[in-house]
Design a protein. Structure first.
Length: 312
């Protein structure tokens, strides 16, 4: 039997969630979108997607996080990714996707984007469509601004809608303690709240540019692998809006910083909170303190690699 005839029946891909260690949001544009400048770090909290040969497209979802609001029909972004690849390559069959979620849904950590990236890669291997890497990144960007980063992983700077990526040099490992939300926040809702916040407080805020940029201090801190320097330069323009919508997050930020975190930040559009620790021991102590406060906590590190095929 030739190698080409032995089609795969199942492919398993793992893709990481992310933390935005820096996020600047530009002015609201006429098309309703904002340009952003972000420093992303992929962290060791993963989505697992298993793809099986099928005649049509279907998805099932399990996992360790709240799955309310995660669609199990064709509106699921992983199914959209599979259909996009099929259209692009002329593939005639379908796929059944099993998603095992560990990144909180609507948590500001790009869990859906990781599912989409994993589905693209899994289907490409399952179907043997061998899409060039550049084209796969273009398809990823069509699916969502954070999807290309879930494919590449590591540490990167995102500009434009967040999908124009350039790798950033990062030394060593960052240690994070995440407080996972018990409910999600809608990304569009957080952006709307930011726009309202800027209208209300326009005169007291720094002027908003069309083309935001990542603060060079963040790049220096990542290059140096210095958590203290990184803590001082971390920033998220969406944080004020997320705190306005979820005021309970303010107490969590204060609790983490009182228990040894170098700093805490709302990740992306929230409501996940990421605390940066100086080292693994501080991260362990912080994890214990926050767990004792009955918060849902997970300790992760970064950077980690992007979506990749695992041997079963």
């Amino acid at each position: 039997m030739s190698h080409r005839a032995a089609a795969k029946t199942k492919v398993h891909v793992r893709a990481p969630g992310k933390i935005n260690v820096f996020l600047k949001v530009g002015r609201l544009q006429d098309d309703g979108y904002h340009d952003v400048a972000s420093a992303y770090q992929a962290v060791s909290l993963f989505e697992d997607v298993r793809a099986y040969q099928a005649d049509d497209f279907s998805v099932s979802v399990t996992g360790s996080v709240d799955l309310d609001g995660v669609p199990t029909d064709e509106t699921n972004i992983a199914v959209q990714a599979a259909k996009l690849l099929a259209r692009e390559t002329g593939h005639q069959g379908g796929v059944h996707l099993e998603i095992e979620k560990h990144v909180p849904a609507a948590g500001g950590m790009g869990g859906g984007s990781a599912d989409a990236a994993a589905a693209l890669l899994a289907c490409d291997h399952l179907w043997g469509t061998a899409l060039p890497r550049e084209r796969m990144l273009e398809l990823a960007a069509e699916l969502g601004a954070d999807v290309p980063f879930a494919l590449t992983g590591g540490t990167a700077i995102g500009t434009g809608r967040g999908d124009k990526l350039s790798p950033a040099l990062a030394q060593g490992h960052s240690h994070w303690v995440l407080v996972l939300p018990d409910s999600g926040l809608s990304t569009p809702e957080v952006y709307h709240e930011l726009d309202r916040h800027r209208q209300r407080n326009g005169s007291t805020l720094l002027p908003v540019t069309d083309r935001p940029e990542v603060d060079p201090k963040v790049l220096q801190a990542l290059r140096a692998g210095d958590p203290h320097m990184l803590a001082e330069s971390m920033h998220n323009d969406l944080q004020a809006a997320a705190l306005q919508l979820e005021p309970a997050l303010i107490d969590i930020l204060e609790l983490g910083e009182a228990n040894g975190a170098l700093t805490g930040i709302v990740s992306g559009s929230g409501p996940t909170i990421a605390f940066l620790a100086a080292d693994v021991d501080s991260a362990l102590d912080l994890q214990v303190a926050l767990s004792a406060a009955r918060l849902d906590v997970v300790r992760v590190s970064g950077p980690v690699h992007g979506a990749r095929v695992l041997a079963e």
